[in-house]
Design a protein around this ligand. Structure first.
Ligand code: G
Ligand code: G
Ligand code: MN
Ligand code: NA
Length: 254
């Protein structure tokens, strides 16, 4: 059985789920947001990484359905957490450029928000710099429409793309996520330290918040905090996990 056939039936067979990873403020390590990450557990293939199945889904035209599922599950979970009193300030969902360039995304997102009653300003959409390179303009138009609806926008994997910094002033961006490849060698690699400092400085001058990805050590967290990075995400704080496990670990008693 090929990966493609397996992915085509995975949606119907409910093999796709969402894992959640906390984002914290570096100053006090308090929960400030949660990122929703798609997971595929195939009975035949075992767990397949999104790095494999997302590009495939884009290629075979399934990304719209997958993206909608991720968004719907994340919003349902957020409203369930509201109901039980687990306070989650922000939910982040990844969007691929293909989704932004296809019609219907804005309407689909609007429908889910209406149904769940979630305040759109609590939802952050993570897109990579590739959307800035979109030639058609459809992606930018969709992002502007989503911004007008009140959703927030983060640039994921920041620093790894080819976009010109000039795009930052044209896009309604509220957050830069420093790619984990620059975070990995903080404390060891002076070039990475310079890059990270520059991104934090860029955020400061544009008035855009900065979150560091892939933080695994105290040393990395200390460097980032010292340099003025506000938020972080990574194994140091917690791994991606199921909703129930996360709520159990991060709910404050009382
Ligand atoms: O969770 P993990 O590190 O394996 O994720 C690998 C990649 O898959 C990340 O770059 C992440 O952005 C991407 N990804 C995870 N969930 C989604 C999703 O719902 N939509 C899109 N477009 N990408 C996702
Ligand atoms: O590109 P994006 O930011 O969406 O990717 C998120 C991915 O990063 C998830 O697949 C998640 O499993 C992974 N991730 C989260 N924290 C860490 C970490 O501390 N170290 C590493 N190596 N990967 C991480
Ligand atoms: Mn992401
Ligand atoms: Na990333």
């Amino acid at each position: 059985q090929t990966l493609e056939t397996a992915l085509r039936s995975a949606l119907d067979r409910r093999e796709i789920s969402v894992a959640y990873q906390v984002q914290v403020t570096l100053a006090d390590e308090a929960l400030c947001g949660i990122e929703a990450l798609l997971r595929w557990e195939s009975p035949e293939l075992g767990s397949v990484s999104p790095e494999r199945f997302i590009p495939l889904a884009e290629e075979i035209g399934l990304i719209g359905e997958l993206g909608e599922l991720a968004f719907r599950l994340a919003c349902n979970q957020l409203s369930e957490w509201d109901r039980v009193g687990f306070r989650v300030p922000r939910m982040s969902v990844n969007l691929s450029i293909h989704e932004l360039e296809q019609g219907g995304l804005v309407e689909r997102i609007g429908r889910v928000l209406d149904r769940t009653g979630i305040d759109p300003s609590r939802i952050e959409l993570e897109v990579t710099e590739s959307v800035l390179m979109s030639q058609t303009g459809d992606a930018l138009a969709a992002l502007n429409a989503l911004r007008d609806m009140g959703l927030r926008l983060a640039i994921d994997d920041f620093g790894t793309g080819y976009s010109s910094l000039a795009y930052l002033k044209r896009l309604p961006v509220q957050r830069l996520k420093i790619d984990r490849s620059f975070v990995k060698d903080l404390g060891r690699d002076l070039n990475d330290e310079s890059i990270v400092r520059a991104i934090i400085g860029l955020g400061r001058s544009f008035g855009i918040a900065v979150l560091a990805e892939g933080v695994e050590t105290r040393k990395q967290a200390a460097f980032l905090g010292r340099e003025g990075c506000q938020e972080a995400q990574g194994y140091l704080f917690d791994r991606p996990m199921g909703a129930a496990a996360l709520a159990k670990r991060w709910s404050t008693p009382g």
